[in-house]
Design a protein around this ligand. Structure first.
Ligand code: 9Z3
Length: 364
C-alpha cells in the first residue's frame, strides 16, 4: 500500500498508478464539499444546553478532545485507517480538570477510554478481575494434558443456570480503597452535571463536531472556554467524492491510495470559530529533534496560545509547553515513573495549564 499526498479528482482509490497532482482543501472548501454527520445538530443542541447550564453555574468550560480518528476507505466501510491512540491523555486530563472545578465537554472517539471508567478498562485492570462472587464453585485442579480426561469448558448458559440470583458480588479487598475513591469522584461529577460527552469515529465527524461545538456551544462560555486538543487527528483523508462505493476488490495487483490533506483547522478555530477562548493543541513527534521546532512552527502558523509537545515513547513521563512567552519550551516531567510514584503526568500538566489559563483571563 503506498500513501502519497493528494492528487486531484477522481478516482483516487484505485489499483493503478498514483496521479501526480495535489488537492489542497481549505477549511471552507472542506466543509462545503464533505457531508455533515447526521447526528450533528442533535449533539450540538444538547452540548449548547449543557454549556449554558455550566455558565449559569459560574464554571469555566474545557473542551477535551481524545482518542484517534479513522479514515474510511469505502462508502460502505469495510476498511479504514486508524492510529494508536487509546485516549489515555484525554480521559486522564479530563479527571484532573474536573478536580480543578472545570466543567468538561469530553469529545472522544467512540469506545476510547473515558474519565473514571478508564481505571478499569481494556487490559489495564479488567473490571471483572476486581470482582469476586460468593460461593463460587472451587476450580478443579489443573491436570496434565496427558492424564486428564478432557472436560468441556462450561458455557455461559450453564453458568447462568447454576448461579443463585441473590449471590453476593463483592470487590476484592486489595482493590476496594482505589475503586471506592474512583467511584466517589465519578458519582460526585455525575451529580454535579460537570461532565458531558460527545463521540466521533471518523476524521470527518471530528472536524464537523469541533467546528459546530466551537461556534454554537463553547462560544457561550466566552473567555472562560479552554480547548485542550489531545485527540490524535489524521493528517490525510479520502474525500467522499473519491471513495469507492463498495468494498475495494482484490485481484488487480497492488493497491495505491492517494489521500488528500486534512485542512488545518487551528487557525480558523483561533480566529473565527472561537475567537475569545484559550486554545491548547498537542504536537506529537517520534523524532525528539523535531519536537520543539514543530511545536514553535504550529504556534507561529496558527496563532493559538500554547502547544504541548510530546514524543511517542516518552509521552507518559515528559511533555514540553511551548508558548510565545517561552519559545524554548518549559519541560514538565515526572521525577519517577508513573508506576514508582503513583502520579500521572496529566496531574502536572493540568496544574500548570490552569495557572496559565487563569493568568490569561486576568490579563484580559
Ligand atoms: C497527542 O499528542 C496526545 O498526547 C497523544 C496521546 C495522542 C500522544 P494516548 O491517547 O496518546 O494517551 O495514547 N495528541 C495530538 C496528536 C495530533 O494529532 N496532533 C496534531 C499534530 O501533531 C496537531 S492537532 O500535527
Amino acid at each position: 500500500m503506498s500513501l502519497t499526498p493528494a492528487p486531484s479528482p477522481p478516482p483516487i482509490l484505485s489499483n493503478t498508478k498514483p496521479r501526480k497532482t495535489q488537492t489542497e482543501f481549505s477549511a471552507a472548501s472542506y466543509f462545503a464539499t464533505q457531508p455533515a454527520p447526521p447526528t450533528l445538530d442533535r449533539d450540538v443542541a444538547s452540548a449548547r444546553e449543557w454549556v449554558q447550564r455550566q455558565v449559569t453555574a459560574g464554571r469555566r468550560v474545557v473542551l477535551v478532545t481524545s482518542g484517534g480518528t479513522t479514515v474510511p476507505l469505502e462508502l460502505n466501510v469495510v476498511r479504514f485507517l486508524d492510529n494508536f491512540s487509546a485516549g489515555t491523555r484525554g480521559a486522564t486530563s479530563a479527571e484532573y480538570f474536573l478536580s480543578q472545578g472545570y466543567a468538561v465537554l469530553f469529545m472522544h472517539r467512540q469506545h476510547s477510554l473515558q474519565p473514571y471508567s478508564r481505571h478499569y478498562s481494556h487490559s489495564v485492570h479488567p473490571f471483572l478481575d476486581v470482582l469476586e462472587l460468593e460461593h463460587e464453585p472451587a476450580q478443579p485442579e489443573p491436570a496434565s494434558p496427558e492424564t486428564a480426561p478432557s472436560i468441556p469448558a462450561p458455557t455461559h448458559d450453564q453458568d447462568e443456570a447454576n448461579i443463585d440470583p441473590n449471590a453476593q458480588i463483592t470487590v476484592r479487598p486489595d482493590t476496594r480503597a482505589h475503586l471506592a475513591s474512583v467511584l466517589r469522584a465519578y458519582k460526585r461529577v455525575k451529580r454535579s452535571d460537570a461532565l458531558h460527552t460527545v463521540t466521533f469515529v471518523t476524521v470527518n465527524e471530528y472536524l464537523f463536531l469541533l467546528r459546530a461545538l466551537a461556534q454554537d456551544a463553547l462560544s457561550l462560555a466566552g473567555r472562560g472556554a479552554l480547548y485542550y486538543l489531545a485527540a490524535a487527528v489524521s493528517d490525510f483523508f479520502l474525500p467522499t467524492q473519491k471513495m469507492s462505493e463498495h468494498k475495494i476488490q482484490s485481484g488487480k495487483g497492488t493497491l495505491n491510495i492517494e489521500m488528500d490533506q486534512v485542512p488545518k483547522i487551528l487557525r480558523p478555530l483561533t480566529e473565527d470559530w472561537s475567537a475569545n477562548a484559550f486554545i491548547v493543541s498537542f504536537k506529537l513527534e517520534t523524532d525528539m529533534a523535531l519536537l520543539l521546532p514543530k511545536a514553535r512552527q504550529a504556534l507561529d502558523r496558527y496563532g493559538h496560545h500554547l502547544v504541548i509537545g510530546n514524543e511517542l515513547h516518552t509521552r507518559k513521563h515528559q511533555v514540553v509547553f511551548v508558548s510565545r512567552a517561552e519559545p524554548d519550551g518549559r519541560w514538565v516531567r515526572l521525577e519517577r515513573t508513573e508506576e514508582e510514584s503513583g502520579k500521572e503526568i496529566e496531574e502536572l500538566i493540568i496544574q500548570e495549564l490552569v495557572l496559565q489559563h487563569l493568568q490569561w483571563i486576568a490579563a484580559a
